[in-house]
Design a protein around this ligand. Structure first.
Ligand code: SF4
Ligand code: SF4
Length: 429
C-alpha cells in the first residue's frame, strides 16, 4: 500500500516524452573531467598527443572508492588541464580532439565473471556510476555489508522537463529487466520493485510486459508528486521503511538503483563497452526543438543546445538537471558528464517580491522530511548553530518544495544550503 507523501505537484512540461533518442553528431572536441563520481578523482593514464580509441581507459585510481574514466571519442589527446566543476572545487580534465572515426578500443571484450567478487571487479573497470545524479561508483553501491531484501529501481524522474529515464524505459525495457535479473541473481536479492510515476504510462506498460515472466519483479505505479525520486522518499513510499538519520538504504534492507544505471550495467555485460555516452534531455523555453540526445561524455553543452536550436540571446539561465535541484552552469562550454541527465535553457526568472513570513505553515506541510523550514530560516539568520543542529538542517535535501509553496516567496531552500555550509565551516570542514 502506498503511503501518503508530502511534497508538491509540479507542472510536468515533459515535451520530450515522445522524442526518441537521437545520436548527436560526434563533436570536434570533448573535455572529460577526471572526477564525475563521489570518491577519489582519477589520475591520467595518457599523455599529450597520444592517440586514443573509444572505450580506452584514459584515467584511473588505485582507490577502491573511485570509477575509471574512458575515452568517448577516438582521436588525439590535445590537453590535460585543470577543470572547475560547476559544483565547485577543481580537478584535472582530458581534452580529446576527435578524428571522427569512432574507432573502438581493441581491448574491449565482453566481461566474464564467476561470482559476486569477479562481477564487482568487472564493474569497477566499467566506469559505472549512479547516473541519476549522485555519481556513487556502482561497484561500491552493489557491495553493501548488510543483507539486502529488496532492490528498488528508481524510475520516478519527478522533476519537470526531464525524460531521459522515461525514454530509456520506453526504448529498452528488455535490457532493463535483464539488468535487474542479473543483479538479483549475482547478489542473491530475492525481490525487486520498480517505482514508476503514473505520468509515464508507456514506460509502465512496456516494463510490466518485459517483467511478466519473473515473479521476483513488481512494477509499483507512483503518483507524480515531487520529490518522489529522492532516495529516502522512494524507499518510504514503496516499502514503508524509514532510513534513519546517519543510516544508508542498506541499513533498511534495500538497495536503490537508477533505471539508466541498470540499463548501462546490462549493456556493459553484453558488449564490454564502458560508460562513454549517456542520454540527455535538452529542453527549456529558449530551445526551438526539445529533444532526447545520446551524447559522448565530455561533449560541450553548447553542441547540444545548437542541435536543439537554442536562442542564446534569450537564454538567461542554463541548468544541468531539473529546475528544482539542478545546478546552474556559468556558460555553455561545460561538458556533459556521467551524471548529467538534462540541459535546460531558460529565460529570465519571473520577478518575485519577498515579503514577511505570514506563518501559514505551508512550507512545513510540503516538506517531505517534516522539517521546519521557517524555523530553520530564522535560526540561520541568527547564525544559531545549536538551533540549526536541533532542527536537523543536515537532513535537508534541498529539494525546494518549501520555497515553491511559500506565498511570501521566501528563499527557504537557499537559506538551508547556506546554513549547511555555515555548519560545515563551524565544524572546521
Ligand atoms: S528544501 Fe529541505 S526544508 Fe525545504 S522542503 Fe526540501 S527537505 Fe524540506
Ligand atoms: S510557507 Fe512561507 S509564509 Fe508560510 S510559514 Fe513557511 S515561510 Fe512562512
Amino acid at each position: 500500500m502506498l503511503r501518503k507523501l508530502h511534497g508538491v505537484r509540479l507542472p510536468h512540461a515533459k515535451a520530450t516524452a515522445h522524442e526518441p533518442f537521437t545520436a548527436l553528431p560526434i563533436p570536434e572536441k570533448v573535455l572529460i573531467p577526471l572526477s564525475m563520481h563521489i570518491g577519489t578523482p582519477c589520475t591520467p593514464l595518457v599523455k599529450l598527443r597520444q592517440s586514443v580509441t573509444v572505450g580506452e581507459c584514459i584515467a584511473s585510481s588505485e582507490a577502491q572508492f573511485s570509477a575509471d574514466i574512458h575515452a568517448s571519442v577516438s582521436g588525439t589527446v590535445t590537453a590535460i588541464t585543470d577543470y572547475r566543476p560547476a559544483r565547485g572545487g577543481v580537478c584535472k580534465a582530458i581534452e580529446i580532439t576527435a578524428d571522427g572515426e569512432q574507432t573502438h578500443c581493441p581491448a574491449i571484450a565482453v566481461p566474464t565473471y564467476t561470482d559476486r567478487t569477479s562481477f564487482l571487479e568487472a564493474l569497477r573497470h566499467s566506469g559505472a556510476v549512479g547516473m541519476g545524479g549522485a555519481g556513487l561508483p556502482t561497484h561500491i553501491k552493489l557491495n553493501p555489508k548488510q543483507k539486502i531484501e529488496q532492490l528498488l529501481v528508481n524510475a520516478a524522474e519527478c522533476e519537470p522537463y526531464i525524460t531521459a529515464d522515461d525514454r530509456i524505459m520506453q526504448e529498452k525495457p528488455e535490457v532493463i529487466i535483464a539488468g535487474i535479473r542479473r543483479i538479483l541473481d549475482v547478489l542473491g536479492i530475492p525481490a525487486c520493485s520498480i517505482g514508476v510515476e503514473n505520468n509515464k504510462p508507456e514506460a509502465q506498460k512496456k516494463l510490466r510486459s518485459a517483467a511478466r515472466s519473473d515473479p521476483r519483479i513488481t512494477l509499483v505505479p507512483l503518483p507524480p508528486v515531487y520529490p518522489q525520486g529522492a532516495e529516502k522518499v522512494l524507499i518510504y513510499h514503496i516499502t514503508g521503511r524509514i532510513v534513519q538519520p546517519g543510516q544508508l538504504p542498506a541499513d533498511a534492507g534495500v538497495l536503490v538503483m537508477n533505471v539508466s544505471s541498470i540499463c548501462f550495467l546490462e549493456e556493459f555485460f553484453t558488449t564490454g563497452m564502458p560508460l562513454v555516452s549517456r542520454g540527455v534531455t535538452v529542453d527549456g523555453e529558449c530551445v526551438e526543438k526539445p529533444c532526447s540526445l545520446t551524447v559522448p561524455i565530455g561533449t560541450p553543452v553548447r553542441d547540444l543546445l545548437n542541435f536543439a536550436g537554442c536562442d542564446f540571446d534569450r537564454m538567461a539561465r542554463l541548468i544541468s538537471g531539473g529546475p528544482m535541484m539542478g545546478m546552474c552552469l556559468p556558460n555553455a562550454d561545460y561538458p556533459v558528464t556521467k551524471t548529467m541527465n538534462a540541459v535546460l535553457a531558460l529565460g529570465e526568472a519571473p520577478e518575485r517580491t519577498v515579503t514577511n513570513c505570514i506563518r501559514c505553515g505551508r512550507c512545513i506541510q510540503a516538506c517531505p522530511l517534516r522539517l521546519m523550514p521557517t524555523e530553520l530560516e530564522k535560526a540561520y539568520d541568527r547564525r544559531d548553530a545549536k538551533a540549526l543542529r536541533r532542527l536537523r538542517v543536515d537532513l535537508c535535501m534541498l529539494c525546494g518544495c518549501c520555497s515553491y509553496v511559500c506565498p511570501a516567496n521566501r528563499n527557504l531552500a537557499a537559506s538551508n544550503a547556506l546554513a549547511k555550509g555555515f555548519l560545515r565551516k563551524e565544524a572546521g570542514q
